[in-house]
Design a protein around this ligand. Structure first.
Ligand code: GDP
Ligand code: MG
Length: 367
């Protein structure tokens, strides 16, 4: 909240500068009052900028673009803010019939929020975290399963074939929710041939909580998640792992060049596009609904994850603010069995998004 209050204080000081100069140039110098007003506005923008540079955003004032670049940006934001103020004032009085002084207050609030958040995210943008390059020792891939017997028997050998070919040390953790088709038992059988751990839970307790449980027993310094249904191509694994030497999180993405979706009807594509648009302001992710991702273990140290969340990949990306890289994948529809997600997918997604937006706004206010 501190930065927010500083920004508000600077804004208030700007009003004094503005009023003072308007009076001075009109009364003392004898300029036409609108000319004085323009001088007052510009000078107060400049004094606000300097105060924000030295105080509100002091920790970010060494960023790229230099002080001059930031000054220009601040000016642009402030002038746009003025336009917003006047537009809101006009809209509220003319179309909503609100008393003009109240309308102006609403306008000032909108302008203030605009100025604060655009300056925070643009003028004084936080520097990208430079990920330290480091070697990866071991990868733990968590696969939540519910009725995936046939799929898991194919997937695990495929994973280890790719890992071994690329000399990546790894383990797979299957988290099974007492699948009626005996997926758990099939996974146990695979232990004989591969480094596999199996967590058996009593019943269908949900995807996110399964992932969280799998992470708890993972030994790797890199943790990953994959669907069991063969829709996430194992071919992407080496690049996803390798990229974690520089990045903190990698996501198998259908929406970066080289990525895509096989055989999806138009309505599913449209639905997926709208889901992605809704989450756009939350992260830099292009594929916000992906369930195929890898993270460095330390990324999990900060955020508390919601075991009832719907999209755990998005949740980790938003809550950790990890340095992200998307690796293109061609998403295939599941080979066997059916999707475990019921009819309320969109609703569950919206509920989860609501929580993530709340989290993001709180975090921004605390920055
Ligand atoms: N353990 C566990 N796994 C689940 C649960 N729901 C889904 N899964 C698994 O999570 C993965 C993703 O689910 P899926 O049905 O493929 O979702 P879709 O890809 O969005 O259709 C699959 O491997 C499922 O078997 C659950 O409640 N518990
Ligand atoms: Mg799937």
């Amino acid at each position: 909240m501190k930065r927010f209050l500083k920004f508000a204080t600077v804004g208030a000081s700007g009003i004094f500068v503005n009023e003072g100069l308007l009076w001075f140039f009109t009364e003392i110098v004898g300029f036409f009052y609108l000319v004085s007003s323009v001088i007052g506005i510009e000078v107060s923008i400049i004094t606000n900028f300097i105060l924000n540079e030295l105080w509100t955003f002091r920790d970010r004032s060494k960023g790229k673009g230099g002080i001059f670049g930031r000054g220009v940006k601040f000016n642009v934001v402030s002038v746009a803010g003025l336009v917003i103020n006047i537009s809101v004032l006009y809209f509220c009085t003319t179309f909503l019939g609100i008393y003009y002084l109240i309308s102006n207050l609403i306008g000032i609030c909108c302008t203030f929020l605009w100025n604060y958040f655009v300056n925070l995210g643009w003028t004084w943008k936080a520097e990208e975290k430079e990920g330290k390059t480091r070697k990866i020792k071991m990868v733990s891939i968590v696969i939540p399963t519910y009725n995936e017997k046939e799929n898991i028997q194919k997937l695990i050998p495929m994973i280890f074939q790719v890992l071994r070919k690329n000399r990546i040390k790894g383990e797979v953790i299957v988290v099974d929710d007492n699948s009626p088709d005996k997926t758990g038992k099939a996974a146990e059988q695979l232990k004989k041939r591969f480094p596999v751990k199996v967590v058996h839970r009593k019943g269908k307790l949900g995807l996110s909580s399964a992932v969280i449980e799998g992470f708890k027993i993972a030994k790797g310094d890199v943790l990953g998640v994959m669907d069991a249904d063969l829709s996430h191509p194992v071919e992407a694994l080496p690049e996803m792992v390798k990229s974690l030497e520089k990045y903190e999180m990698t996501v198998g993405s259908r929406h970066v060049p080289g990525g895509g979706i096989e055989r999806w009807p138009l309505h599913r594509r449209a639905l997926s596009k709208s889901a992605i648009l809704m989450a756009k302001p939350l992260t830099s992710l292009k594929d916000t609904t992906s369930g195929y991702f890898m993270i460095r273990r330390e990324v999990l140290e900060g955020p508390e994850l919601n075991p009832k969340g719907f999209k755990i990949c998005l949740e980790i990306a938003v809550k950790s603010g990890a340095k992200l890289k998307e690796v293109p994948i061609i998403f295939r529809d599941r080979a066997h069995g059916e999707s475990k997600l019921g009819g309320n997918v969109m609703w569950d997604y919206i509920v989860h998004l609501k929580d993530l937006y709340k989290f993001k706004i709180k975090k921004k206010l605390h920055e």
